[in-house]
Design a protein around this ligand. Structure first.
Ligand SMILES: Nc1ncnc2c1ncn2[C@@H]1O[C@H](COP(=O)(O)OP(=O)(O)OP(=O)(O)O)[C@@H](O)[C@H]1O
Ligand SMILES: [Zn+2]
Length: 839
């Protein structure tokens, strides 16, 4: 029964005690029930955030999932501390998505919630309390308890205290009361006031004092200022920017104070005008999103006949299919088609989501989209600050942003009226989240998001994933193939260079065939540009002693160290370990150390030697660490300031350059011969994608592919652009060896610091799994390609389930086997993860 009703003396009607089920951003399999303090009861609603105590000392932000009047049966519910929002921050559709992702990818809803919302919306135990600025212990009419005095003194000393620190002083039962008392006695500033990590960004603005809005008053003022020309200039500038006589209300918008100085006017004169009450200064909340709000956005989309045809066919198919696949050759203008769909959706008042792989969201793309959609579009990207992301999140929740262009995590935004989703470059591996859980695939989750909202989903790519191709083929998705480039240029000519033969004929110079070098010379002379692709960064992938065979390896991981020449260092690309490159072999002290293989850094170097006059840049993880370096490299290339661009897969993603006539794939074999059942598919897609950067404007481009495996059938399909032929062949193999899309894979990953424990636990897990699924469906435990990363040993078990095998039941069984293993104390240091549909 409600405590409060017992305390009251008058027989008021009994108030019902409310309880809420709260989803916490933690890897726990359930929600927790909290009791709602009476005063907060009115604010309680679905989807609002709450601050709650958790465990002995933690305070965290969760979200209300259910409201009930049922106390939990098996534990005493604690009071929640605060309700944070006036309107829901998590929409009912988001809860559904969390549920699906958690269940499908064998994660928890809490983990999903945790990755789903920007950390700026998660008040953590680190949130601060501060002393009320007006508080004075001696003047205060209140009496303070010992504990309160301790907190006061601590606040005086520290300035700020975290909720967590206070929790350490008091027991959890007391803390809620303690904070309430401190608030009542006006000792601390309301938690509410300091609760958000997110602060709106403001800027100083000025406006004209109201009394001068009348024409005669203003004229008097101008006369008065005749003798003070610098102040008059400012006034005139203001009137020019804010024409208050056309519309007096404009005055309220004001003008940014800093803008006067920016246009060469005196800041001190502005201050004088403020001092004399002619201008008033105020703080204006401005967007971090850097959009010129006065600009009119009118850019049109004019589809070509081919594109129109594609669009109307897709429209027809959407009547029957919720998901359509648009397979359009590189440079066919798929983006234009997406945007034309999206425009209709936005104009009808619904929301749209345009997903892109991380790297493909370039300024190029954003500017194009901004020109059409202006302020209605929000960009959601991992290079943005958390505050910027919170701003977008709120914009979607409040309905001021209808169109999101973003990376995989944008599926978690608080849409409530979503009707169209585009997944561009849908074959991209980077749509899959590797760590932490949930290990979801954003394309597949987007399709589910579409179902939840009854939205249409358009997948697009020049080289679809085998899965999507298969679904289209089986009529599960609608499908349209666009074979024509926008400018109707032919697709680039692909030349396969047989390096074995070239080497034998001495037609090579180091790692490059003479024909490639000659062609580069021709293009350079014609002032054309070229892209040189190598999917390996650094200088040399490894160094080896020619005398004893020793290879420099990472201390923490089972990989060779990559030589980086500029720093003369050996680096591990997995854990960041680095050391000075040794002068002699660390095993036999021979000085006969050789660099093996080659990465982008070496290619850049070689090209500098071959083309000393030519401007060359390199784009890989090493050269794009800063926020804008990626853009700078792209812009320099776009503006023809650089002529040769060397890069990893980063150069293959949706980039649109007019002047590129040649693409070189220096080492095709590296991509193809990687122990992964998708290696061929990936290599094929990557080669076609990077090829697609050539000859996009007027003349047909050229592609040179160097390989030592020139007979491999993959090259036959590649040079004939026979995507279907290649995919059909791949499907045969996938079927034969029981891989997706015919079978579903679930990968169990076991990790620990001890190799033996990891192995033993994997063996036990395997035994348990085979008892349920049989030996055919479970592959024996094995070390992954890189068996040790950062001193943690890995083992993997693959489970292959034929389509149609009851999935929920299978996952349930896998969890049971896992839990049993976890009960065994000797394995309590072994961590177990699941990866459903590993990419
Ligand atoms: N209807 C159109 N009107 C104006 N420009 C267009 C139109 N269609 C395509 N373009 C231009 O053609 C170029 C290629 O288009 P886009 O980048 O959309 O191709 P894509 O199909 O996405 O290719 P990729 O798969 O290589 O990324 C771009 O510069 C784009 O602006
Ligand atoms: Zn390492």
């Amino acid at each position: 029964m409600s405590q409060l009703s017992l305390q009251s003396n008058t027989p008021e009607p009994l108030k019902e005690t409310l309880f809420v089920q709260v989803l916490l951003p933690l890897p726990l399999p359930k929600t927790f029930t909290y009791r709602v303090p009476d005063k907060q009861a009115e604010k309680v609603q679905h989807g609002v955030r709450v601050i709650v105590p958790f465990g002995k000392k933690k305070i965290i932000t969760g979200v209300i999932k259910e409201i009930t009047n049922q106390a939990p049966a098996d534990y005493e519910a604690r009071y929640l501390f605060e309700v944070l929002d006036d309107y829901p921050m998590i929409m009912p559709q988001q809860f559904k998505l969390f549920e699906w992702i958690a269940s499908y990818y064998m994660a928890t809803e809490g983990e999903t919630f945790n990755v789903g919302i920007p950390s700026g919306l998660k008040l953590s135990s680190e949130s601060k309390l501060q002393l009320h600025p007006q508080f004075n212990r001696d003047d205060s009419p209140y009496i303070f308890s010992n504990l309160e005095d301790i907190v006061i003194n601590l606040l005086k000393k520290e300035g700020l205290l975290s909720y967590q620190q206070i929790a350490e002083l008091a027991s959890t039962k007391e803390i809620s009361l303690l904070i309430k008392e401190l608030l009542r006695k006006q000792v601390i500033l309301l938690i509410e006031q300091v609760k958000e990590k997110y602060k709106p960004k403001t800027e100083k603005y000025v406006k004209l004092n109201k009394s001068y809005l009348q024409k005669d008053k203003l004229e008097q003022l101008m006369e008065l200022l005749e003798k003070k020309p610098r102040q008059l200039d400012i006034l005139l500038k203001y009137l020019q920017q804010v024409p208050v006589f056309q519309d007096a209300e404009l005055n309220e918008n004001g003008f940014a104070k800093a803008q006067f100085a920016n246009s060469g006017l005196s800041d001190s004169s502005v201050n004088t005008l403020i001092k004399n009450d002619i201008l008033e200064v105020f703080d204006k909340e401005i967007s971090r999103l850097d959009i010129d709000s006065n600009h009119q956005y009118t850019a049109d989309i004019n589809l070509t006949d081919f594109q129109e045809e594609a669009k109307s066919s897709l429209e027809e198919q959407f009547a029957k299919h919720d998901v359509n696949l648009l397979q359009g050759v590189t440079g066919s203008g798929k983006t234009e088609i997406y945007l034309s769909f999206i425009k209709e959706v936005i104009d009808s008042g619904s929301q749209a989501l345009f997903l892109l792989p991380e790297i493909a969201i370039t300024t190029q793309m954003i500017q194009r989209v901004r020109k059409i959609f202006g302020k209605q579009v929000g960009v959601y990207h991992s290079k943005f600050s958390d505050a910027e992301r919170v701003e977008i999140y709120r914009g979607v929740a409040e309905g001021s942003i209808n169109f999101i262009i973003g990376v995989r995590s944008s599926i978690f935004l608080p849409f409530n009226n979503l009707s169209f989703i585009v997944v561009d470059e849908e074959h991209e591996q980077s749509y899959k989240q590797f760590d932490p859980a949930p290990r979801y695939h954003a394309r597949d989750a987007a399709i589910v998001l579409g179902k939840i909202h009854q939205a249409k989903v358009l997948l697009g790519s020049a080289t679809p994933s085998l899965e999507s191709y298969f679904n289209a083929k089986n009529n599960k998705y609608g499908y349209y193939e666009l074979t024509q480039r926008y400018k109707e240029v032919k697709l680039p000519h692909i030349e396969i260079i047989n390096m074995k033969k070239e080497k034998a004929k001495k037609q090579t110079n180091g790692d490059y065939s003479h024909s490639l070098i000659e062609q580069l010379k021709v293009e350079v002379e014609k002032k054309k540009q070229a892209i040189i692709f190598q999917n390996r960064r650094g200088y040399a992938p490894y160094i080896q002693c020619e005398t004893c065979g020793w290879i420099a390896e990472c201390e923490n991981c089972s990989v060779s160290l990559t030589y980086h020449m500029h720093q003369h260092q050996l680096k591990c690309h997995y854990c960041g370990f680095r050391q000075k490159s040794p002068a002699v072999c660390l095993n036999c002290e021979s000085s006969n150390l050789q660099m093996k293989g080659f990465g982008t850094e070496k290619i850049e170097d070689d090209l500098h030697l071959m083309f000393p006059e030519v401007k060359i840049q390199r784009m890989d993880k090493d050269t794009t660490r800063k926020k804008y370096s990626y853009q700078q490299i792209i812009e320099a290339f776009e503006n023809n300031e650089t002529q040769l661009l060397v890069g990893t897969q980063m150069v293959s993603k949706g980039l649109d350059f007019k002047n590129v006539s040649l693409v070189a794939i220096v080492d095709a074999d590296r991509m193809m011969f990687y122990p992964d059942f998708r290696a061929h598919e990936r290599a094929f897609q990557m080669m076609l994608q990077v090829s697609g950067r050539a000859g996009r404007d007027k003349e047909q481009g050229q592609v040179f592919v160097q390989t030592y495996q020139h007979d491999n059938p993959l090259f036959y399909y590649l040079k004939n652009y026979d995507i279907k032929g290649f995919y059909e062949k791949q499907l045969e193999e996938r079927y034969q060896f029981a891989y997706p899309p015919f079978y579903r894979l679930i990968k169990v990953i076991l990790k620990s610091k001890e190799a033996v424990q990891t192995q033993k636990s994997a063996q036990l897990m395997y035994n348990g799994l085979t008892q349920i699924f049989g030996t055919k469906r479970v592959l024996a435990p094995h070390e992954p390609v890189i068996a040790k990363i950062k001193n943690i040993f890995h083992q993997e078990i693959w489970i292959k389930l034929e389509k149609g095998h009851p999935l929920d039941q299978a996952k349930q069984k896998i969890s049971e086997v896992t839990n049993k293993l976890k009960e065994d104390k000797q394995f309590n240091k072994v961590r177990i993860y699941f990866d459903v549909d590993p990419a």
